[in-house]
Design a protein around this ligand. Sequence first.
Ligand code: ZN
Length: 146
Amino acid sequence: MTPCALALFSVVLWESTSIKRLLHEETLVMAASEFVDAATIQGYHAHVYYDPETREIAARLREALERGFHVIMGRWRDEPVGPHPQSMYQVKFGPDEFARVVPWLMLNRRGLNILVHPETGNAYQDHAENALWLGQKLSLRLDTLR
Ligand code: ZN
């Protein structure tokens, strides 16, 4: 290799290394800024699904929720509504009540399927990507949220 070619080779090598380092640093910065602050969660919904056979279980769960927690209960929805493919009622609660309500539902849902989702202001993401399911995950009608 001539001295000139060697110099050129060194420059190319140095540049590719620094470009790689820059890309790596940029990736780290991007990754950090892509995390969403959980403080953007204004509250939560738990959607308790039932059918004619499990309606009585859902009713007892509902009474206990109203009695024991700081929740706002939605009305009985016997017909599918919005993204929900099955009968359900909504349970609304604040971030401060999450640690009480969700573990209690885990232990007392008696086979009912429950969707827990945050309220961040983006209903589609909250149902499609940010949701937590107790029991079986139902296929939501997400097109209603677009
Ligand atoms: Zn909801």
